[in-house]
Each structure stands twice: as C-alpha cells, then as structure tokens.
Design a binder for this molecule. Structure first.
Ligand SMILES: Cc1cc2nc3c(=O)[nH]c(=O)nc-3n(C[C@H](O)[C@H](O)[C@H](O)COP(=O)(O)O)c2cc1C
Length: 153
C-alpha cells in the first residue's frame, strides 16, 4: 500500500522515499511525512507508535498524513469502528495534528496467524479476506499530493 501511495504521489510530481518506520533515523531531509500501518488487536502497529514518540519534534515541524489498514469487510460500520480505534491511538499523541487521516480495508489470512494470535478463536475462525481498495488508496494519495505540494515545493 505504501508503494501505491508513493506511485501516485510521484505521478503527481512529488519526490518520495519509502522506508520501514523502524529503520528511519532522522526526518531532516524530508518536508512531509506519510505514515501507514495496520491495526493489530485494537492498537496501531507498535512501529508506528514508536515512530511517533521517537520523531515528535520533527513531526511537529512538517505536515504528517496518516493511513491505517484494518477492516476485514467493506462495511461502513466496521470502517467507523476502526476509525475510532485509530483515533484512540492517535489521542495518545495530542501534539500530532495530521494533515490527513484515512482508513483502508486490509488483507487477512487465518493461515498466516502467528503464535498467540493463532489461539484466538475469533481470528482463527474468520475467513480470509482482502478488502484493499486500490482505487480509494490512489484517490486519497492524489488528493494528498495537492495538499502537500505547498509544503514540498
Ligand atoms: C492478529 C491480527 C489482529 C488484528 N487486529 C485488528 C484490529 O484490532 N483492528 C483492525 O481494524 N484490524 C485488525 N487486523 C487486520 C489487519 O490490520 C489487516 O489484516 C492488515 O491488512 C494487516 O496488514 P499486514 O499484513 O501488513 O500486517 C488484525 C489482523 C491480525 C492478523
């Protein structure tokens, strides 16, 4: 999904680097940041939470756009619940004022559950799903390009 967001931003004329959050040491060379990560067990991915804590100062000095993935179904009520999960997580960082926030459907395969998660019946018995909506992802990234352009050019 990061690749799809980056490709759209590049098509719209922005220069983009993609990096796993845990590998980023400094944001000095960047004029804007797009963070994407899945929700796991009602929490945003721990790499994303660490990233926000670790780069607080830099993130208050440039626009930050956020996307999270999670919903197992293309269902409006589920999207709303997941948005509330994400908002709860982001409320732990009251200094963060995202320029944009999006929730996208995720991809789930019960065969790939790792230890401990594979013991949770609600997950184990859930069918595989892939509700990543590439059109919505690209549309969001395209709007984001317009929004970020003043900060990056
Ligand atoms: C163990 C597990 C727990 C999950 N918990 C949540 C959750 O609490 N909320 C949610 O919206 N999605 C949840 N999901 C769905 C994931 O966010 C979704 O499958 C996402 O696409 C996973 O991305 P990844 O394959 O890049 O890790 C969970 C998935 C797994 C496997």
């Amino acid at each position: 999904m990061a690749e799809a967001v980056a490709a759209t931003l590049r098509e719209r004329g922005l220069a983009v680097d993609i990096q796993p959050m845990r590998e980023v040491l400094t944001l000095d060379q960047y004029r804007a940041v797009v963070l994407g990560a899945p929700l796991y067990m009602f929490h945003w991915h721990k790499d994303a939470l660490h990233f926000l804590a670790q780069h607080r100062e830099a993130l208050t000095q440039r626009p930050v756009a956020i996307f999270a993935l999670g919903p197992f179904h293309a269902d409006g009520k589920e999207f709303q619940e997941v948005r509330e999960q994400l908002e709860k997580e982001l409320a732990k960082f009251p200094w963060l004022i995202p320029a944009a926030i999006a929730i996208f459907g995720g991809k789930f395969d019960p065969q790939k559950l790792t230890f401990a998660h594979n013991l949770v019946p609600a997950l184990k018995n859930m069918p595989a799903s892939d509700v990543r909506d590439w059109t919505a992802i690209r549309a969001w990234a395209s709007n984001l390009a317009t929004q970020l352009r003043p900060a990056v050019s």
